[in-house]
Design a protein around this ligand. Structure first.
Ligand code: EPZ
Length: 433
């Protein structure tokens, strides 16, 4: 299994181009199941999770065509530089998402809503727990039942049926769920009549999905608010929608600049996607300046510790919590990090301690006391964001760091070593580590 080896302590300087957002791209790809006509998605990132979703969709009958590095041809694609993916679900040949794929990537569960809405039936494996928490799906299932679906769970599979189609309903999510909101948006787009989703997630990825569905002919309003209104239409048609820039990749490289006391311009991204993180980053003493196509992050001086609490958007994202902890391990003074979204998302703590970080966990909060220096170490991670927090600590630490289980990083960070290496990081991938 590959590993990443880093010689740390080098301030990073340069430009990094941000790719399309993994967590926006995955539901957009699933939306292709809603129509027999082609769905074209510019700015598609090249990641292991995108390949997994492509495999699943192909098994369901979707044809996928890709062209490399094409530039967008209309205003909505401005700044889009990644691959263009076209997905055509002319005929759905299977309604089953098997355990083997859903187990590997929870986002496979996104096919449930579209399959049910278009085919009247979906058989999707339950994802099971994962490294960061139990991550149930009962809110997805209850909301689909409210649209008239019959749901049975047997043998580890959700068997959902709606032979006469789905019907609009008023749904209030008991808790904000990003995936639940996305599954319901897709299902309600083809339901009869009106659906209202209250306490809906407001993450930018939801806005991207709504924008895509609208381009396909859906009627949706309320984007950016906690109440989404969908008026179902009998069918959707071909559409084109660029994947938004990855706000978590943006935030991760912003911290790479800050933690090495460097100066990096992040390009092809949007300041407004990450205002919550930029605002606390400024409080630490880091310079954060919006630029024409992104943001400049500079941190020549020492930083001070700042507390954060993870919350649904527009609050501080849980997907930036591990990276923030790495940064706070190098700041002056203490900071408290409270995780409210997932119950088990501090698994990076014992690994950060291997760099000499001083972190104590008390329930859902961690107290971090900043250290003057971290020292490199061999480490191993359990999930995507935990892995990248160890890369960040390794960039700041003196000496050599080896991050094992690199496959986690490949799920969500495109050409990580290349992007960091271009800013002066001494970083390489070693095979079989
Ligand atoms: C999405 O996961 C993201 N994944 C996650 O990104 C992200 O951490 C999370 O939203 C929160 O922002 C994708 O977009 C593919 P939720 P999702 O439903 O949709 C509980 C990354 O590193 N819950 O908003 O699964 C759940 O257990 C990742 O890129 C239920 O209890 O998150 C969690 O505690 C990891 N029952 C909370 O709600 C349900 O039916 C929020 O989950 C649904 C959710």
């Amino acid at each position: 299994m590959d590993a990443i080896r880093i010689q740390g302590g080098v301030p990073l300087h340069g430009d990094i181009v941000i790719g399309g957002a993994k967590n926006a791209a995955l539901p957009l790809m699933a939306a292709s199941l809603l129509t027999a006509e082609p769905l074209t998605l510019p700015n598609m990132p090249e990641l292991a999770d995108i390949a997994t979703m492509s495999n699943l969709l192909r098994q369901l009958g979707v044809r996928i065509d890709q062209s490399a590095f094409a530039f967008g041809s209309d205003a909505s694609d401005a700044g889009a530089t990644g691959r263009v993916m076209t997905l055509t679900a002319e005929k759905i040949t299977s309604v089953t998402a098997p355990y083997d794929l859903v187990r590997r990537m929870r986002a496979s569960f996104f096919v449930l809503g579209p399959l049910l809405a278009r085919q009247g039936e979906a058989i999707v494996s339950l994802p099971g727990g994962c490294a960061i928490g139990a991550r149930g799906v009962e809110m997805h299932l209850k909301a689909l039942e409210a649209l008239g679906a019959k749901i049975e769970v047997t043998g580890g599979y959700v068997h959902a049926t709606a032979p006469k189609g789905l019907t609009g309903a008023h749904i209030t999510f008991p808790k904000v769920t990003v995936g639940g909101t996305e599954n319901l948006l897709m299902a309600a787009a083809l339901a009869k009549g009106d659906t209202v989703l209250e306490n809906a997630a407001r993450e930018p990825e939801i806005g991207n999905l709504a924008e895509c569905l609208i381009a396909m002919g859906a009627k949706i309003s309320g984007m950016g608010s906690g109440t989404l209104r969908i008026t179902g239409v009998p069918r959707l048609h071909a559409g084109r929608c660029a994947v938004i820039p990855d706000r978590i990749e943006t935030g991760t490289y912003a911290i790479a600049s800050a933690i090495t006391r460097g100066r990096i311009t992040l390009r092809g991204t949007r300041f407004d996607l990450l205002e919550g993180v930029f605002s606390v980053l400024r409080q630490t003493g880091v310079t954060v300046e919006p630029t024409e196509d992104g943001v400049l992050i500079a941190a020549e001086n020492g930083l001070v510790g700042v507390d954060v609490v993870t919350e649904p958007f527009p609050g501080f994202p849980t997907d930036m919590q591990a990276q923030w902890m790495a940064l706070m391990s190098t700041a002056n003074g203490a900071s408290m990090i409270t995780e409210t979204i997932f119950e088990n998302r501090f698994m990076h703590v014992p690994e950060l301690r291997r760099f000499g970080a001083d972190v104590n966990v008390h329930g859902a909060s961690a107290i971090v006391r900043g250290k003057k220096k971290l020292t490199g170490a061999p480490v191993m991670a359990t999930d995507l964001r935990a892995s990248v927090s160890l890369v960040l600590a390794g960039l700041a630490a003196e000496g050599e760091t080896t991050v094992n289980r690199v496959y986690h990083l490949d799920r969500g960070y495109e050409r990580l070593e290349e992007k960091l290496g271009a800013c002066g990081a001494i970083i390489e991938r070693v095979s079989g580590g």
